[in-house]
Design a binder for this molecule. Structure first.
Ligand code: DC
Length: 221
């Protein structure tokens, strides 16, 4: 079974996807982490982020491994486990830039489908239910207002010892949303058959239970 969880930055996709994958014992594929790793490596190699074919070529050299060990999902790229370095504001912005190119998306799409063929999988991203796995058995579109998402992000950064201005974080989120929603190739949109959930109206456990119920219903059909 494929469970697709799409939505804008900061809507809580990772938290929900991680919990759901853990409960079900499914592998978890964070497709945003793939775009982030690609952007980080391109920056480290001084590749121009607007040079679509160089970035796409770099994408074809990346070997991602998503593994489930004792109930914990880990992800590595070319043998290196991914860490906090792909979660900075700079990498967030760069990943949104490189993800708009058709060639880049095609290179990662192939990888995502290949990994997803391995069996029961939860995938989180922007275009899982629309493009990567349009036949996914369960599709969730997780949303929240930009203000609520910025507030969460600031709190999360403060917990990690980083200080940040609400207004700055909010404007970064609005900018990234606009880029992700308006690009020509696989823009962020809700699939017709996805269930839309506003994460500010529910507790994490309620959303997780909702997804698990959908999985349960589908597995009995
Ligand atoms: O979910 P995230 O914030 O880690 O994603 C980082 C960027 O990658 C996001 O701005 C858009 C892009 N992305 C995408 O275009 N398609 C996906 N399936 C996942 C992420």
């Amino acid at each position: 079974m494929i469970v697709a969880i799409d939505g804008p930055a900061g809507a809580g996709k990772s938290t929900i996807a991680t919990e759901v994958a853990k409960h079900l014992g499914y592998q978890l594929i964070d497709t945003g982490a793939m775009y982030r790793t690609l952007a980080k490596r391109a920056m480290d190699l001084d590749i121009d982020l607007k040079d679509a074919s160089s970035v796409a070529h770099l994408a074809s050299t990346l070997n991602f491994k998503f593994e489930l060990h004792n109930g914990e999902n880990t992800v590595s790229c070319n043998g290196e486990e991914l860490g906090k370095e792909i979660r900075t504001a700079k990498v967030s912005d760069a990943s949104s830039i490189v993800s708009a190119f058709a060639e880049v998306r095609l290179a990662l799409l192939e990888l995502q489908r290949e990994i997803g063929q391995n069996g029961d999988t939860v995938l989180e991203g922007r275009d899982i239910g629309t493009v990567v796995f349009p036949k996914a058995e369960v599709k969730i579109f997780l949303t929240a207002s930009a203000e609520a998402r910025a507030k969460r992000r600031v709190a999360q950064m403060r917990r990690g010892g980083e200080d940040s201005e609400f207004e700055t974080v909010l404007s970064e989120i609005v900018k990234r949303d606009k880029r992700d929603r308006t690009r020509t190739m696989s823009p962020l949109i809700k699939a017709d058959d996805a269930v839309e959930v506003d994460s500010t109206e529910y507790e994490v456990k309620e959303v997780v239970d909702l997804v698990l119920n959908l999985v349960n219903e589908r597995s009995q059909q």
